[in-house]
Design a binder for this molecule. Structure first.
Ligand SMILES: CC(C)(COP(=O)(O)OP(=O)(O)OC[C@H]1O[C@@H](n2cnc3c(N)ncnc32)[C@H](O)[C@@H]1OP(=O)(O)O)[C@@H](O)C(=O)NCCC(=O)NCCS
Length: 203
């Protein structure tokens, strides 16, 4: 991917030298969906960095001031399943949460995927207990489109049985992003949907 600059951040591909910072981001993932990405040590982090460096859809979030990698985004890689559709996701080093970095980075990524890469639809899957990620989707102007009950399992209980999670899907279309006015339609029974506040798409 091309390098993207925002006010406080640089978004760029992963590269050699990022392993320490990636380890800090993924030593103890807080999101259940990223538990499988947990990194045990620096050796594992170096291997993961090499893999990500070759993945067009993997983006390092760096602080402009220090160059430190404080998190990552994904979206728009080769493995997208539907033509014109990209799924996106995010993970911050917890030390850097609550400062608006995730929003700043994700907004720039969505803008890049819609404008430069021409994607038609972008969606994100979020577990129903992950409030920070839901809040981020809503601030981005993404619409809450559905709730899939017992959709996926990332963990097991003490007896080894899968624990199934309820998964929300958020999405936004290119035309909505470009107009800056996300649609407010929502499935019956759904509340707390994007569109209630302007998302400010100018990056
Ligand atoms: C989801 C995740 C990326 C959200 O990160 P975050 O730091 O909470 O998100 P934001 O960047 O939007 O920042 C949130 C808060 O920063 C605060 N903030 C501080 N300074 C700010 C600034 N300069 N600009 C904007 N917001 C700022 C705001 O109060 C904002 O809270 P609000 O939205 O309620 O107003 C983060 O919790 C995370 O990495 N979680 C683990 C991984 C995960 O769950 N991934 C998603 C799996 S589906």
């Amino acid at each position: 991917m091309q390098i993207i600059e925002t006010e406080r951040l640089t978004l760029r591909p992963f590269r050699e030298g990022d392993a320490d910072d990636l380890l800090a981001c993924l030593r103890a993932p807080t999101a259940t969906c990223f538990l499988s990405l947990k990194l045990a040590d620096l050796t594992a982090a170096k291997t993961e960095v090499k893999k990500r460096a070759l993945d067009e859809g993997s983006v390092a979030i760096c602080l402009k001031q220090t160059g430190q990698v404080i998190g990552d985004l994904f979206g728009g890689g080769a493995a997208e399943e539907e033509e014109g559709t990209a799924s996106v996701g995010w993970n911050l080093n917890p030390q850097f949460g609550g400062r608006g970095y995730a929003f700043e980075a994700a907004r720039a990524l969505l803008d890049h995927l819609f404008r430069a890469k021409g994607f038609r639809r972008i969606y994100a899957c979020v577990e129903d207990h992950n409030m920070p990620s839901q809040r981020l989707c809503e601030k981005l102007g993404m619409r809450r489109e559905g709730l899939f009950l017992e959709f996926v399992s990332f963990t097991k209980d003490d007896a080894g049985n899968p624990i199934y999670e309820n998964t929300l899907q958020y999405a936004i279309l290119r035309r909505e992003w470009m107009s800056g006015v996300p649609a407010v339609w929502q499935p019956p029974g759904m509340t707390g949907v994007a569109g209630a506040e302007p998302s400010g798409h100018d990056v």
